[in-house]
Design a protein around this ligand. Structure first.
Ligand SMILES: Nc1ncnc2c1ncn2[C@@H]1O[C@H](COP(=O)(O)OP(=O)(O)OP(=O)(O)O)[C@@H](O)[C@H]1O
Length: 452
């Protein structure tokens, strides 16, 4: 049978014969294996490697307790760490279920079995398992590619990488256009590393981060005594990059008068230090980047057109993270592995709600935002998997409320709504429940925009 038509393998660990029958019937669309004991479960696991397992914690010889169930869970996870194990908890056994999650179970459901609910959990488990497996493959593929440190599985970004590989060996000026945090500096380094200049200096300067009056001396350097405070001769970034690559980040922020001087350097390939009288030849390759619309700045007379053409012999557009198909989860997985190692945290991956949130979030700060969020989550996570809350997101990918004022407002809003519900919409009664006057209650409703 072709692989695509093969049924997915589901292992059910359950000692109740009646329930075993029910499960077989519920899960007709899967290839179901049933085990009544730990030994049977492990034997099937070794032979069939099912991707999803449902596990009743009450197994013989301890059918009324959980000791055998937990021992089985631990062995399953040791044998197949990528399998998704869903544990069944009896009434009042929520604590056991939570403990199972902490050990590494994927999810839990409450007995008696609700076929629809369990069906949904199992389907989602297969989906998450497949996504994670795909991400691992893609991550491995891209890690081995020649663009060191750039993780992507998306067509959009692969095209960018191919273009970088093609232009890097030619000694042309490259302009990288993309929003903040999209990896412009990383790609500029890739241009350098794949060029004959690798091994020489790569010097980066962020033109937006340096005050206008200092930018000139940062770029061109100065002679001793050129101005008050110039106590010794100092080389500028352009000279420091001799033989290598100069990366001018946020080129759109370079002040107009300095643009003239930069243009002159690009035309003549010589610089003069501030206060110097001698022309110094410098051989550097220029890579620049901006998140601004330079063509608009040109029409507004804020950016010189001749400089633009000198800098943009090749222009590369870098897509935002959100526009890279599949990349948010793939790159998140990469950062999770990286930071787990760095912080010696034994995290198994993301929870299902975290993956949903990562896919839904808009990522305005792009890869840098993702990197920061995952780093924080790795440090903060309490369970074995990083959840949406650990990432500071809700399950719809919206940032969760974090500041105290918003937390209080949310609490007020909830109290007002609860009181209204309990009082059946009667304002006087609701106000009494909260121990406040009717006008105050009314004011609060208005303040929180709550319609009655
Ligand atoms: N595709 C990627 N794979 C892995 N890490 C990435 C990727 N893109 C960016 N990063 C990481 O994200 C962070 C931000 O990237 P970088 O500084 O290159 O972005 P930028 O576009 O230059 O940002 P800015 O415009 O704000 O200066 C860095 O830590 C970088 O290593």
């Amino acid at each position: 049978m072709p692989e695509a038509m093969q049924k997915q393998k589901l292992l059910i660990v359950e000692d109740d014969v009646g329930l075993q029958r029910q499960y077989r019937w519920n899960f007709e669309t899967y290839e179901v294996f049933v085990a009544g004991t730990r030994a049977e479960a492990l034997e099937i696991l070794r032979a069939e490697m099912p991707k999803v397992v449902t596990l009743d914690l009450g197994l013989p010889p301890d059918p009324d307790g959980t000791s055998e169930g937990f021992a089985t869970l631990e062995e399953i996870l040791r044998l197949t760490p990528d399998a998704k194990v869903i544990v069944a908890s009896g009434h009042g056994a929520r604590e056991s279920a939570l403990r199972a999650i902490a050990i590494g179970a994927y999810d839990f459901y409450q007995k008696p079995v609700d076929a629809d609910e369990l069906g949904f959990i199992v389907r989602r488990a297969f989906h998450v398992q497949a996504l994670e497996a795909e991400n691992r493959v893609l991550a491995d593929q891209r890690q081995s590619a020649s663009l060191k440190g750039i993780i992507t599985g998306s067509q959009q970004m692969m095209k960018v990488c191919e273009m970088i590989e093609r232009v890097a060996p030619a000694d042309v000026a490259v302009m990288l256009l993309g929003a903040s945090g999209t990896g412009k500096e990383l790609l500029a380094r890739a241009v350098h590393d794949l060029s004959p200049r690798r091994g020489k200096s790569f010097v980066a300067i962020n033109c937006a981060a340096i005050p206008e009056n200092l930018l000139e001396s940062e770029l061109f350097g100065y002679e001793k005594g050129a101005f008050t405070g110039a106590i010794k001769q100092t080389l500028g970034k352009i000279e420091m990059a001799e033989g290598g690559t100069l990366f001018l980040d946020e080129i759109g922020d370079i002040p107009f008068p300095l643009q003239v001087k930069l243009l002159r350097f690009l035309q003549e390939r010589v610089i003069e230090r501030i206060g110097g009288r001698r022309e110094i030849p410098v051989d550097v390759r220029i890579v620049c980047a901006t998140h601004q619309d330079l063509e608009r700045l040109i029409t507004e007379n804020r950016f010189r057109e001749d400089l633009f053409y000198r800098l943009s012999e090749i222009t590369i557009d870098i897509p935002a993270l959100k526009e890279r198909d599949g990349d948010p989860t793939l790159v998140a997985q990469h950062f999770l592995n990286k930071f787990s190692q760095e912080h010696t945290r034994n995290l198994k991956g993301f929870s299902a709600d975290a993956l949903t949130a990562i896919t839904a979030h808009a990522w305005p700060g792009n890869v840098r935002e993702l990197e920061n969020k995952v780093k924080r989550a790795v440090i903060m996570a309490e369970g074995t998997r990083v959840t949406a809350i650990d990432l500071g997101l809700d399950k719809f990918g919206e940032p969760v409320i974090l500041n105290l004022k918003q937390v209080r407002e949310e609490a007020d809003r909830r109290a007002l709504k609860n009181a209204l519900a309990s009082a059946d919409g009667n304002i006087s009664q609701a106000a009494k429940l909260l121990g406040i006057s009717r006008p105050t209650f009314y004011d609060l409703l208005k303040q929180h925009n709550i319609q009655i």
